[in-house]
Ligand binder design. Structure first.
Ligand code: F6P
Length: 564
């Protein structure tokens, strides 16, 4: 395939030789600014400005962002916004929403926003209004989910379907699993959901004995319908179903979600049981498409529409709000500030809401697969750091595991705290304690504790001077560690949709600033290709030398072969 030359980066139109981020004037201005900023105390900034919380917070699409606990001043935000402007964030945002083929290495439009847009105005790709197709598939999702939820769609022996098994990996797994768990409380009472992704048969084998083939619906979700893990698991699941319910059973127990109709029919799933989506939807951006079918089954088509509406509300905010009041832009710029100027290598996501337990893994794919790149749109080295390593877990669990490092370790790790203000619970005291911990952690990270404060505390506990000298360094905290706090009003489909769209646009803005293509993922291909050769060698079909040139891999293959 020959690729057309990438269009020039917006900054290049002004400075043709110097479009690398590191050479941009706004970047240089931020570097000088950072030289004075490194030692600012956030607590002192709060003392100097009693309105800091008010003017360092934003509301959008029902979400609230407090970004006041960051090492920034008004000038920092102004300079970061100048960087965004200089890097062409606004122009590129317009091009994305318009359906331009901004994924230049694959010559594709990037239109996950069209999946949650109303039917008008039209959004054109290659002369076709994609909203027509989107709404046609949404109507099919509604009809199918209504039939399954009401028990009208029965299995091959006439029983209603009560177990849904989604077989998919990456974007065809992380999104539906995360959102079904997040909205667990809204789920249909007689449906249960399972997600099988791993090529390791332990996952499927642990599930199959626990479910009833007569009442199980398998959804095979794969954009390409060629992903090894998914196809292998789908074949195994189909063989199990046929063994228990007969050769005709897949017609009533298997549906597919894909862009690849030919491969779906070749697998043996009728086109009538396939829910399509399109190449302009990236896998990690696909939960809004038919890949979200498990969520539509779980919470119903109206709930799914609310989920899409929440994301659309965030899209509308992102398109129209000025940069300095734009929630995804601010979140992105803060990330760039820490990554490129403070050299913070990781970002921790801390949802204080148990049902958001899969959010860190979801955001890991969104952020790291999108922006884990080292060349710019023109194929030149980026020369600055790009995506941080993203990781995290729910609070309060993380507090009893890795928060030690966040408070006293040598790395500064920015944290996004995410929590929910209203909980529909019979245990309100638990929810109060959850919020208290969430807010206290960000306060502790910022405030820290000086050695003098630690000494006073230890003295008040009656320790002698020697013990105080020994303990005080261990009991003090550097503080000044940054965080954002995102509040959802309640865990509703609308709020969840807005939250995911917030992070999608954050990742987009960062990609534009770094000048990279956030929408391809060539980096996953090499390992996949090598695995084929290694698999043949493990099966004894080829010599290990043909599969891989290195002695380590050959040695491992030899050991694995002799162990079998
Ligand atoms: O290997 C990476 C990847 O291509 C992801 O980008 C994608 O979400 C995942 O594999 C699954 O792909 P598919 O939906 O085509 O099976």
């Amino acid at each position: 395939m020959s690729l057309p030359a990438s269009p020039p980066h917006p900054a290049c139109t002004v400075q043709s030789a110097a479009c690398a981020l590191s050479a941009s004037p706004a970047f240089a201005a931020l570097q000088s600014h950072h030289a004075t900023a490194a030692d600012w105390s956030m607590c002192a900034l709060f003392d100097q400005d009693p309105t800091r919380f008010e003017h360092c917070s934003l509301e959008a699409a029902g979400l609230f962002l407090d970004y006041s606990k960051n090492r920034i001043m008004d000038e920092t935000v102004a300079l970061l916004c100048a960087l965004a402007r200089e890097r062409g964030v606004e122009e590129r945002r317009t091009r994305m929403f318009a359906g331009d083929k901004i994924n230049t290495t694959e010559q594709r439009a990037v239109l996950h926003t069209a999946l949650r847009a109303p039917g008008t105005p039209p959004i054109m790709v290659d002369g076709q209004d994609v909203t027509v197709d989107v709404h046609a598939v949404l109507a099919r999702i509604r009809a199918f989910s209504d039939r399954v939820r009401s028990g009208q769609w029965t299995g091959t022996r006439g029983k209603a379907l009560t177990t849904v098994v989604n077989i998919g990996i990456g974007g065809s797994f992380l999104g539906p699993k995360m959102v079904c768990q997040a909205l667990r409380a809204n789920c249909h009472p007689s449906l249960t959901f399972h997600f099988v992704s791993n090529i390791d048969s332990n996952e499927l084998d642990a599930l199959l004995p626990r479910i009833d083939p007569d009442t199980t619906l398998f959804i095979v979700a794969s954009k390409t319908f060629g992903t090894a893990e998914t196809i292998m698991n789908a074949h195994a699941a189909r063989a199990w179903l046929v063994e228990h319910c007969g050769a005709d059973a897949p017609a009533r127990h298997f549906v597919a979600v894909s862009t690849n109709r030919a491969a779906v029919t070749a697998f043996g799933i009728d086109a009538d049981n396939m829910f399509p989506f399109w190449d302009w939807v990236g896998g990690r951006y696909s939960v809004w498409s038919a890949v979200g079918l498990p969520l539509a089954l779980a919470i119903g088509a109206d709930g799914f529409a609310e989920f899409l509406a929440g994301a659309h509300a965030m899209d509308a905010h992102f398109r129209s709000a000025p940069l300095a009041q734009n929630m995804p832009v601010i979140l992105a710029l803060l990330g760039v500030w820490y990554r490129n100027f403070f050299d913070c290598r990781t970002l921790s996501i801390a949802p204080y809401w148990q049902d958001l337990q899969y959010l860190p893994a979801y955001l890991q794919q969104l952020d790291m697969e999108s922006n884990g790149k080292q060349v710019d749109l023109g194929g030149r080295p980026v020369k600055v750091a790009t995506a941080p390593v993203l990781w995290g877990d729910v609070g309060t669990n993380g507090q009893h595991a890795y928060f030690q490092l966040l408070h006293q370790g040598c790395e500064v790790v920015p944290v996004d705290f995410i929590t929910v203000l209203h909980a529909d619970t019979t245990r309100p005291a638990h929810h109060t304690a959850l919020l208290a911990n969430c807010f206290a952690q960000s306060a502790a990270l910022m405030r820290g504790k000086t050695e003098a404060e630690a000494r006073t505390e230890l003295a008040a506990q009656g320790l002698d001077a020697g013990a105080i000298d020994a303990l005080a360094p261990h009991r003090s905290f550097p503080g000044n560690r940054p965080s954002n706090t995102i509040l959802l009003p309640a865990m509703t489909p609308h709020a969840l949709g807005a939250l995911i769209a917030l992070y999608e646009h954050k990742v987009f803005v960062q990609g534009v600033i770094w000048g990279i293509n956030s929408f391809d993922q060539w980096g996953v291909e090499l390992g996949k290709a090598l695995a084929k050769g290694v698999e043949s060698a493990l099966q004894g079909n080829v010599e290990a030398t043909d599969a891989t040139g290195d002695a380590s891999t050959r040695g491992l293959i030899a050991r694995a072969r002799s162990a079998r």
